[in-house]
Design a protein around this ligand. Structure first.
Ligand code: FPP
Length: 259
C-alpha cells in the first residue's frame, strides 16, 4: 500500500507518481466502466460474459490504482437507470455484486482498503443491502485506498435526496436559507467526506457522463479511452494517468505561466 490519504483535507495536492512514472497522480479517479456488452458481442458471447470479464478488469484496476498510489477510486457499477435492462441481465449484475463482496471483501480488508457505497439503498433487496452495509462496516477503520462503489446510483437522484435533506433542515430551523452555501450541498451528498474526482475515465469510446457525479465533476479532467472495459488493463490505465499528468488544471484561474 503506497497511499494513506488524509481524509480530513479535501483540497490537498495530488501525489507525485512513482519511480519512472513522472508527473502527478490524481488523488481521486472515477471510472465509468463501459463496453462490457460490446466486448461480449464481438466474441459471440452473451452480454453477461462481458460483465463477468468486467469484474476481472475491475479487480485489476483496483490493484493497479493501489500500485500507483491513488487515494480514491470510484466505479460506476450499477446506475439507477440500469433497472430498465432485461431482468436476466439485472439479476446477473446483482449476482456479480454479491460475488464481488463475498469473494473479494476480505482481501480488500487485508489490503487496508476502505469500501464505500454511494447511491440509493431504498428499494434494494435486503440481502444486497446487508452486503453493502457489511462491506462498509468491516472496512470502516481502513486507512489505505478508498474504493467507492456507485451502486443504484444516479447523480440527479443523489442531488434530489440532498435537496430533500436541506429542505428538511430549513423547515426545522436548523438551516438559514439565506446562509445556504456550496459546502452545505456538498455535505448533503453521498460523497460528503470524499474529495472531488480529479480524473474521470470512461471506456469504450463513449463521451458522456451518464448521470455520474454531476456535482462532484465540476473541475474534473475527462479521459475517454477507446478500450472496452473488460480489456482495460494496466497499460490502458497508465495511458489515462499519463494524459492526466500532462494536463494543466486551472480551476477557473489563469495559467501559472500567464497563458
Ligand atoms: C456498462 O457496460 C457496464 C455496466 C452497466 C456494469 C458494470 C459492471 C461491472 C464492470 C461488473 C463488476 C462490478 C461490480 C462491483 C459488481 P454495458 O453493458 O453498457 O456495455 P455496452 O455499452 O457495450 O452494451
Amino acid at each position: 500500500m503506497t497511499s494513506d490519504p488524509d481524509t480530513g483535507s479535501l483540497q490537498s495536492a495530488p501525489a507525485k507518481r512513482g519511480a519512472g512514472q513522472g508527473g502527478c497522480v490524481p488523488r481521486h479517479v472515477a471510472i465509468i466502466m463501459d463496453g462490457n456488452g460490446r466486448w461480449a458481442k464481438a466474441r459471440g458471447l452473451p452480454r453477461t460474459e462481458g460483465h463477468r470479464h468486467g469484474l476481472e478488469a475491475l479487480r485489476g484496476a483496483i490493484r493497479h490504482a493501489r500500485e500507483r498510489g491513488i487515494g480514491y477510486v470510484t466505479v460506476y457499477s450499477f446506475s439507477s437507470e440500469n433497472w430498465s435492462r432485461p431482468p436476466t441481465e439485472v439479476s446477473f449484475l446483482m449476482g456479480l455484486l454479491r460475488r464481488f463482496v463475498q469473494r473479494d471483501l476480505s482481501e480488500l480488508h487485508q489490503a487496508n482498503i476502505r469500501v464505500r457505497i454511494i447511491g440509493s439503498r431504498e428499494g434494494l433487496e435486503p440481502g444486497i443491502r446487508g452486503l453493502l452495509d457489511e462491506s462498509e462496516a468491516l472496512t470502516r477503520g481502513n486507512t489505505g485506498m478508498t474504493l467507492i462503489v456507485a451502486f443504484n446510483y444516479g447523480a440527479r437522484d443523489e442531488i434530489v435526496r440532498a435537496m430533500r435533506q436541506l429542505a428538511q433542515d430549513v423547515a426545522a430551523g436548523r438551516l438559514d436559507p439565506d446562509a445556504l452555501a456550496e459546502g452545505d450541498v456538498t455535505a448533503a451528498l453521498d460523497t460528503s467526506d470524499i474529495p472531488d474526482p480529479d480524473l474521470i475515465i470512461r471506456t469504450s469510446g463513449e463521451q458522456r457522463l451518464s448521470n455520474f457525479l454531476l456535482w462532484q465533476a465540476a473541475y474534473a479532467e475527462f479521459y475517454f479511452s477507446p478500450v472496452l472495459w473488460p480489456d482495460f488493463d494496466a497499460a490502458a490505465f497508465d495511458a489515462a494517468l499519463d494524459a492526466f499528468a500532462a494536463r494543466e488544471r486551472r480551476f477557473g484561474a489563469v495559467s501559472a505561466t500567464g497563458g
